[in-house]
Design a protein around this ligand. Structure first.
Ligand code: ZN
Length: 343
């Protein structure tokens, strides 16, 4: 059950507007873990992508802390509390982070964890400790949920950085999820990682990482136990992964491991900022069962900038054919990101 890094190049021949024959290269890659294909349509980087000449200005909501339910002056009145027995005082604090149930939940235990009381924080400027404390607050919440409901094992931490990435409020926060029903990705990765382990005795992300470290072209760097690399077959712009080999549970992750993850998230943010991008999604998921073989892997994907009338990064190609089309080779993403990890 060898992981296969499959790619093939195809060409499109066309006559350009000036009458000259043009050959355009397209690369099709398959993700070694999911088997999903994606395309790198190199010529589309020649198209002018709107609002990427400079980092976009502050979003309108950046100066509207008076109405923000997540700012401390409104938090107590404007956010919900957990039912009796789950969180001691209805909300949970760790460092500067405050966690409370999501007012508009996606599942039985959807919650929001704030990254401190600063209403607007520009991408790449947060302190790692702020992210660390927010992650730890999420993990502590998950431990309490699982103590109460042992079947709510499908857990995740996600981030929608700015409305362009789906965020409803600019006040920095993470979402934390725990549920009995599995999401599509939980279902797929649980099965794939279990079968891979049964056949090889190894974690699938460990095996993937080993191959990528030997190859080196997409490896970016390391923060503690977390290894950072550009995704081989990206399903989002400038997709970066962090893998923590041999670690399966968010509930069991130590404070320093959360700190190392937080440090890398800030480095990724600085890299995205250097590309004049201000919106991204982050995701980390786990199956909180002792027999889970799904190792911890974080994915970060850049989204089209938060700016008026910017074209969405998802076109009919992605939504109707299911293949993401990006413009930049992952090897180039890695070489541009690497300096941020070596500073
Ligand atoms: Zn706020």
């Amino acid at each position: 059950m060898e992981l296969s890094f499959h790619s093939r190049k195809i060409e499109a021949r066309i006559i350009g507007p000036d009458g000259q024959q043009l050959t355009r290269s397209i690369e099709i890659r398959k993700d070694p873990i999911t088997g999903r294909s994606c395309r790198i349509t190199f010529s589309r980087s020649l198209e002018k992508e709107a609002a990427t000449d400079a980092l976009p200005p502050r979003p309108p909501g950046a100066d509207q802390s008076a109405d923000c339910p997540f700012c401390s002056h409104r938090l107590e009145q404007a956010t919900p509390r957990a039912v009796a027995g789950l969180l001691a005082k209805g909300r949970q604090r760790y460092g500067d982070s405050v966690l409370f149930p999501n007012l508009f939940p996606y599942g039985a235990y959807s919650a929001v964890s704030l990254l401190g009381d600063r209403h607007y924080v520009e991408i790449g400027t947060a302190r790692p400790a702020t992210y660390r404390d927010c992650f730890i607050n999420c993990a502590e919440y998950l431990r309490k949920v699982l103590a109460r409901d042992k079947e709510a094992v499908y857990v995740a931490i996600t981030q929608n950085h700015l409305p362009a990435a789906g965020g409803s409020l600019v006040h920095p926060h993470l979402q934390v999820h725990a549920d009995r029903p599995a999401s599509n990705f939980h279902r797929f990765f649980q099965k794939r990682s279990s079968r891979f382990f049964a056949a090889t005795g190894r974690g699938i992300f460990s095996a993937y990482l080993e191959k990528e470290m030997n190859d080196g072209r997409r490896y970016i760097g390391r923060t503690g136990q977390w290894h950072w690399l550009a995704a081989y077959a990206p399903e989002g712009f400038f997709e970066i992964w962090a893998i923590c080999p041999g670690r399966f549970s968010m509930c069991e992750l130590r404070a320093e491991e959360w700190h190392d993850l937080a440090s890398g998230v800030i480095l990724a943010q600085r890299f995205f900022r250097s590309l004049n991008r201000n919106a991204y999604n982050l995701g980390l998921l786990a199956v909180e069962r002792p027999e889970s073989r799904l190792e911890l892997r974080v994915s970060l994907k850049v989204r089209a900038n938060y700016a008026p009338w910017v074209r969405s990064d998802f076109t009919g190609y992605e939504l109707m054919l299911g293949d993401m089309a990006t413009f930049v080779a992952p090897e180039q993403t890695a070489s541009r990101a690497r300096p941020f990890w070596s500073k």
